[in-house]
Design a protein around this ligand. Structure first.
Ligand SMILES: [Zn+2]
Length: 109
C-alpha cells in the first residue's frame, strides 16, 4: 500500500468520506451549527488505507484529546500533529501515518 508523505487536504462539502471515489487526504467537518465553529473534522487517512479518522476541535474545558483549528475552512491548519494508528485493548496494533495538517496539506514527519 502506498504511503503518502504529503497530500492535499481536500475539503469534501457533499458526499461520503469513506467512498472509494473520495481521494486520500479528503476531510469533512462535523458538528456544523449556524453561527458557530464546527466541532471537528473527519479525514481520510493520508497513508492510503481508506480509514477515516476523527479530530475534535479544542474547547476551553476539554480534557479529551483535541486539536486547535485556525478557522480556515478550505485550507485548515490543526495543532498538534496527527497520529493515525490503531489501538486494540490498549495495545498499539498498527501505525498508519504521523504528520501535520498545515494550510490544507497533510505532511508526514
Ligand atoms: Zn491509514
Amino acid at each position: 500500500m502506498a504511503k503518502f508523505a504529503e497530500c492535499d487536504a481536500v475539503h469534501l462539502v457533499v458526499g461520503e468520506l469513506a467512498s472509494d471515489t473520495v481521494p486520500v487526504g479528503a476531510f469533512q467537518y462535523f458538528g456544523i451549527r449556524p453561527g458557530k465553529s464546527p466541532l471537528g473534522l473527519h479525514y481520510k487517512c493520508p497513508c492510503g488505507c481508506g480509514d477515516v479518522g476523527t479530530l475534535r476541535f479544542r474547547h476551553a474545558s476539554d480534557s479529551r484529546p483535541s486539536w486547535e483549528w485556525d478557522g480556515n475552512v478550505d485550507m485548515p491548519t490543526l495543532k498538534p500533529s496527527i497520529n493515525h494508528r490503531h489501538v486494540e485493548n490498549g495495545v498499539l496494533t498498527d501505525e498508519h501515518w504521523h504528520g501535520y495538517l498545515t494550510a490544507g496539506k497533510f505532511v508526514s514527519v
